[in-house]
Design a protein around this ligand. Structure first.
Ligand SMILES: [Zn+2]
Length: 656
């Protein structure tokens, strides 16, 4: 979430692992030159050919839906079985069940002049905080997604109660359709370009929540009322003034309006969505220019998701260009080994300067950024079926997302620090309600959404997760049994099939080795596909057919290309973290701050010595699965998956 910009220390940015292609393009010499330029941060943003920009002040919408080559299954068609994903989903559900509907509705009722005796929530949901209500929107989305995933009637009941409560508030506020936990005065300040946190950001969460509940058979009247208010408010502004208004963070207002246009078939909402096209952000991206330096990351990622949806409902290639190039430059030049991006919520350097970012802050990788980049990846994957999007998704899922939900409590983090000796800060039960806690509610309510996709010819198995797929339309049912990533293998049994042949596409991840192997009913498949692609098997699949997939993992080193003295260790899709006791951490350091202030409790993480080959010889398998030992100059340190690390840890190591 973007704090009021002028109060925020903007010193930042990020980068990463998969950075190899772009890093290679930049070259070592280029890094040196850019590093020098960093000393005088003249932000050259929005450098666009002003004579012929791809996006002008206004746009024209023509509906022309894209037929994607590959599509996700409905959430209700994939059931999670026991494993780390299902466990996290349960922790999240338990947390949601602990939150009271009346407390969530309190600010809305007060704002509507209705009685409420509930104890107000704290943190960013406290009365008087200008973002209040945002978490309620996330909560509604999570209710809708969880019900769609599991048929959970209890959680749907809570969502229904909130929608009903919001309907009463909306009616009490008048006939305009306005609905919020804060008064319209905040929008008046936005209109006057005066200081205000982010009213449209908050409204986006509420609208998205109402839409996610609507898809679960909840009344759409409240949502349509809000949409009418947004349409009227934005239509009353000149295009030039709207561009000024869009300097204030607005979440994915464009996306939710395009989604509404898609669900209702009414172009009115797409036209309203177009008013949220921030031209100075989209124009460079459409021309394949990375001018992200200095930008607040999670302000802009959702806007690109909106661009992706605009492309999907119109096939306007400019929006496709925006989404594809944005993903490419963020993932290839601004992403850490764990899959996350952003530092102090921003990108503060030109591309390929992740080493600079790593050393200048301990507040890396806002969790909302990971959530939204994964969401964007699913769109791009559906357009192309390229496994690079799933490789990236999986890396985020197993390191960043599973790594930022606290076991048992279900409470979640804000930043995931890459500073050696860092720790994970987590929210409190009812006194934080950061943006990232909201996106986490959604994330852990739909962990089944990317395991399988399909096209007309068959099924794509993307993630190795214990689960059942029931493709009702085609009469196909698969059961995947695995303890992945504890063991590098999975087993898929056909429980139901048809007489017609169909294709089973098995992802061979980029991280596996050439020893990957697949057998069908005990017979080894010849000519396995290369890592980073699919092995496709077309046959008449019969009930009882069994597919065994072996995906060997090996320890590897991932460096930061612009500063290869920083190294991280990967093992399959996992990033390994060095383990250190959680000493010196009081409640303030653990909970009050959104990220670990490592400078207030420094830890002397040892240097590691030697080139990559020598370093790999110093890593030995330890007793437990996924545990290793690392020999350093001072001591032997335990390495284990970052997602299992809840003491102090080191992902990146400085090498001597
Ligand atoms: Zn956040």
């Amino acid at each position: 979430m973007h704090f009021l910009a002028d109060k925020f220390s903007r010193r930042w940015f990020s980068f990463g692992l998969v950075a190899a292609p772009l890093a290679a393009a930049c070259g070592v010499g280029a890094f040196a030159e850019l590093a020098e330029a960093d000393e005088t941060p003249q932000f050259a943003r929005w450098v666009v050919d002003k004579n012929d920009p791809p996006f002008g002040m206004t746009d024209t919408f023509h509906r022309n839906a894209l037929a994607v080559p590959i599509a996700p299954f409905g959430l209700g068609e994939v059931e999670l079985h026991d494993g780390p994903l299902k466990q996290s989903a349960e922790w999240n559900r338990n947390y949601m069940m602990r939150l009271s509907v009346d407390r969530l509705l309190h600010n809305f009722r007060v704002n509507a002049g209705l009685p409420s005796s509930a104890q107000p929530l704290g943190g960013w949901e406290a009365p008087g905080v200008e973002l209040r209500g945002h978490f309620v929107g996330h909560y509604l989305s999570a209710c809708g997604l969880m019900h769609a995933s599991t048929g959970d009637q209890q959680i749907k009941g809570k969502g229904d109660q909130i929608v009903s409560g919001l309907a009463v508030c909306q009616k009490s506020l008048g006939s305009s359709g306005y609905l919020s936990a804060f008064p319209e005065e905040l929008f008046e300040r936005l209109d006057a370009l005066k200081g205000v946190w982010a009213p449209f950001y908050t409204l986006h969460k509420i609208m998205a929540g109402l839409l996610d509940m609507h898809t679960q058979a909840c009344n759409a009247d409240v949502l349509l009322g809000v949409a009418k208010w947004v349409d009227a408010w934005t239509a009353s502004k000149s295009p030039e003034h709207m561009q000024e208004i869009l300097d204030n963070e607005f979440g994915a207002m464009n996306e939710v309006l395009y989604n509404l246009a898609s669900v209702t078939g009414d172009d009115r909402w797409a036209v309203a969505g177009d008013r949220f096209t921030k031209t100075k952000f989209f124009n460079p991206l459409a021309l394949r220019k990375d001018e992200l330096r200095g930008l607040h990351a999670n302000t802009h990622i959702p806007e690109v998701i909106g661009a992706a949806r605009r492309y999907e409902i119109s096939q306007d290639s400019r929006y496709c260009n925006v989404a594809e190039f944005f993903w490419e430059t963020v993932v290839e030049s601004r992403t850490y080994a764990t899959g996350g991006s952003s530092n102090n919520e921003h990108w503060e350097t030109r591309p390929c300067h992740l080493g600079v970012e790593l050393e200048e802050s301990s507040h890396h990788q806002e969790c909302c950024c990971a959530y939204n980049m994964m969401k964007l990846s699913r769109h791009l994957y559906a357009w192309t079926a390229q496994t690079k999007y799933i490789d990236y998704y999986e890396r985020n899922l197993f390191n960043h997302r599973l790594g930022t939900i606290q076991p048992e409590t279900g409470l979640t983090s804000y930043f995931l620090s890459m500073t050696p000796g860092a720790w994970k800060t987590v929210a409190t039960e009812d006194d934080t309600f950061w943006c990232c806690n909201g996106t986490a509610l959604e994330e852990f309510s739909k962990l089944n959404d990317t395991i399988y996709f399909h096209d007309d010819h068959g099924v794509y198995v993307n993630l190795y997760v214990a689960s059942v797929l029931h493709w009702k339309e085609r009469g196909i049912r698969l059961k995947q049994s695995t303890v992945f990533p504890i063991e590098p293998r999975t087993s898929i049994v056909v429980d139901e099939s048809t007489a017609e042949p169909w294709v089973l596409n098995l992802r061979i991840p980029s991280w596996t080795t050439l020893d990957a192997a697949i057998s069908i009913n005990g017979k080894l498949v010849e000519g396995i596909a290369a890592p980073g692609s699919y092995l496709s098997v077309k046959r008449v699949w019969k009930k009882g057919d069994r597919v065994e997939v072996q995906l060997p993992m090996q320890v590897r080193i991932e460096t930061i290309p612009d500063n290869p003295t920083w190294k991280a260790f990967g093992y399959g899709p996992l990033i390994l973290a060095g383990q250190f006791p959680a000493t010196g951490l009081n409640d303030e350091l653990l909970h009050t701050n959104q990220g670990p202030d490592v400078a207030k409790s420094p830890l002397n993480v040892p240097l590691i010595e030697g080139g990559n080959s020598a370093l790999l010889t110093k890593i030995k398998a330890a007793g437990a699965p996924l545990f290793f030992s690392l020999e350093t100059t001072r001591q032997t340190i335990t390495l284990k998956p970052l997602y299992q690390s809840w003491e102090r840890f080191a992902v990146y190591w400085k090498t001597a």
